[in-house]
Design a protein around this ligand. Sequence first.
Ligand code: PMP
Length: 344
Amino acid sequence: MKNTINAHDSILDLVGQTPLIKLNRIAESLTGNFYAKVEAFNPGHSAKDRIAKYIIEEAEKKGILKPESTIIETTSGNTGFSLAMTSMVKGYKCILAVSSKSSPDKIDMLRSMGAEVYVCPAHVSADDPRSYYEVAKRLHLETPNSVYINQYFNELNIEAHYKSTGPEIWEQTAGKITHLVACSGTGGTISGTARYLKEQNSNIKILAVDAYGSVLKKYHETGEFDQEEIYPYRIEGLGKNLIPTATDFNMIDRYLKVTDADSAHMARKIAHSEGMFVGYTSGAAMQATMQYNLEGEFTEESNVVVIFPDHGSRYMSKIYSDEWMENQGFLTEQHQVEAKKIEY
Ligand code: PMP
């Protein structure tokens, strides 16, 4: 036995270095080899721990944050939880403006982690004074000694993944990765990871996942911001009603859209087939992988890494509730027939 105490300095030491896990039963009918980068293994249970820790520590290095400073952010939940966790460890105050679309579990969790939470209406435009962007901006102006993280427009969001997620995946796959499938919300995860991977091997294909009701896919394809693309949808954290500068569209080869219903069913299937209790966007990423497969993106030699962004426990009252699924109309016979088109 060693004569020293084997302990981490704080919970923040455990951010990153998440496992890459082979997908077995769910990927049986697919062409190629499939691996999940399971971000629920972060201490705050999502990929957002990486950006919270990185952005806060960069601000500390630059002297922007001082003792008792306030961290302010807009968030669909995960970034808020990670910022609250990081703020509590480091002794900062954390104020969050969240969308009313966020699950009640997530909002309760933010408050439990010590954040002050403002719930703002989901379906108003970004420049409406009631939107969570505008509320956060106002709070930032009104709160002395505060820092606005602004994840959608913060280059450090990309850099956090460039410095952690990208190198981890390259190492874990021994450089054999051929495709990355990742959700596009702020775009930080896919852009930063892709930038690192493409620097190592420019042939790696970067496949993005978008939601119906979001502008990202069309913008990537045409350079056009089309207001007509925007309508409400249920998946949290995926897609957007504006163009985030934290997305480097040049890094992305293709976008594909997934439905709320397919993604919800797929998350449940991941739990039942792989024993991985994952969140809604993990279902979306897997659903997109199935669709990319049907479109012939992969060969037998493909090594595909799919990022699973967060944990299923945050969606108990949503996709893991039969009642919620029923209320959304996701348990229709039509959908069961559609679901059977993909064999497992
Ligand atoms: N999944 C979930 C659950 C998220 O909260 C987010 C962040 N909005 C994403 C995926 C997308 O990640 P990114 O913002 O890095 O594009």
